[in-house]
Design a protein around this ligand. Structure first.
Ligand code: 9MR
Length: 406
């Protein structure tokens, strides 16, 4: 055979290989311009109108059940590469447009599925001049996504992803591994270290594999307020290695996803922030993948920590990005003009801190309106923590946000 014929044959083979999506890779969906065929052993499965994925085996939306006796499996080592794609920047003087003009990726908000039937709420949520990013308040958590072992339900999360995609908003996934909202089959399963390793790998790998090209809070709230490790089934069974296992599984499932560790009360100098700084140093020194630290920022009016900016700089100096992931600033009710004015200053200071730190990629409020805030049901007598009031009207806090981004 002539050399040129061999070359052409080889080129055809290579292009065929490139043309196929890898296991867990995207293979279709509205706007998808890549391959629509999958590598051998996987099937292109419609997850939702915007996303089809190469899943192991024949077409199915339910990954195989892993029994408690399953030995650890290694998540896909060469997953597809996707990146967080940033939509075009909106123009104008609203909160996200100003955040983008200030060089950030987004100003965003949490939302929840039950809220998506509120048309007045959705009208503001959908306006990407206000919000360039969404976080699901509940529907990507373990109890929502893998309520029974090996049985995954993506319906709620997909609904929020679609809401975001349609409106040119990026997503933060929240979360893979957390002690809370954890089904009892995980917390009370009596698993060995090997079994729990496999369970974490399967959970994080499947979630991040399904929700490609996002930012993910892979590990949520690993520390107690005194800086010690939180005692939960993950730490008690695996020690600190559960963090490595979750991060590695997420990275393997989608190398293009930004993977974060997220916590509260790390916004001020103290034992908890020190523990998080040490964890990031330790992960980096051992080559464990981690891209960012989420500072939740559930604050109280008049008590925004003055060390917020400096703490963020200490994290970024370690080679990770940071984001403000769950901002709200609550007050003791009833609200007064003085409290609302202080809240405006507080929001302004938080946004200014992110603006001043080049590695701070964006700010998310933990729902934009008091109508749907988690605060009153958790802190008796407190509330009014969000920048829009319960009637969906902007509060002075909103002016604080836009003033800071401007
Ligand atoms: O907003 C969430 C609320 O609807 C849930 O009832 C609550 C239950 O744990 O979780 C809330 O979100 C939390 C987030 O996932 C992690 N950081 C603290 C948030 C407020 O509790």
């Amino acid at each position: 055979m002539k050399l040129s014929a061999i070359f052409l044959g080889l080129a055809a083979y290579v292009s065929l290989a490139i043309a196929q999506s890898q296991e867990w890779g995207q293979c279709g969906g509205i706007g998808w311009a890549g391959s629509t065929t999958c590598v051998s052993g996987t099937a292109c499965t419609v997850i939702n109108p915007y996303y089809s994925q190469c899943l192991p085996g024949t077409a199915s939306t339910t990954p195989p059940v892993i029994t408690p006796t399953t030995t650890p499996t290694t998540p896909p080592s060469t997953g597809p590469t996707s990146t967080v794609s940033i939509p075009p920047s909106p123009t104008g003087t609203n909160s996200n447009a100003l955040a983008r003009a200030a060089g950030k990726l987004y100003f965003g908000t949490a939302t929840d599925n039950s809220e998506l039937s509120d048309t007045a709420y959705v009208a503001i949520l959908s306006d990407n001049t206000y919000f360039g990013q969404l976080s699901p308040a509940n529907s990507m958590k373990w109890d929502a996504t893998e309520p029974e072992q090996g049985v995954f339900t993506f319906t709620g999360g997909d609904q929020i992803v679609n809401q975001a995609k349609v409106h040119g908003q990026i997503m933060r996934g929240h979360n893979c591994v957390w002690y809370n909202q954890l089904p009892s089959w995980v917390s009370n399963g009596g698993f060995t270290a090997a079994q729990l390793t496999s369970i974490i790998q399967n959970h994080c790998g499947t979630l991040v594999g399904h929700y490609q090209g996002q930012i993910w809070d892979v590990v949520n709230e690993p520390f107690n307020d005194d800086g010690t490790w939180r005692s939960d089934v993950f730490y008690n069974t695996l020690g600190t290695s559960y963090v490595d296992i979750a991060l590695q599984a997420a990275r393997a499932a989608d190398p293009g996803t930004k993977i974060y560790i997220n916590d509260y009360n790390i916004e001020m100098t103290g034992a908890k922030a020190t523990s998080m700084l040490n964890l990031i140093k330790n992960l980096k020194s051992r080559g464990i993948p981690v891209d960012g630290v989420g500072l939740q920022c559930h604050f109280i009016v008049g008590e925004v920590p003055t060390s917020l900016q400096s703490i963020m700089q200490q994290f970024t100096a370690l080679g990770v990005e940071v984001a403000i992931t769950e901002l709200d600033i609550r007050m003791t009710l009833p609200a007064t003009n003085a409290l609302l004015a202080q809240q405006e200053t507080d929001y302004k200071n938080v946004i200014s801190a992110c603006k001043a730190v080049s590695g701070c990629v964006g700010v998310t409020v933990w729902d934009y309106t008091d109508k749907y805030s988690w605060v009153p049901s958790t802190f008796s007598g407190q509330g009014e923590a969000c920048p829009w009031d319960a009637n969906l009207q902007k509060k002075p806090a909103y002016s604080g946000i836009t003033a800071a981004w401007s």
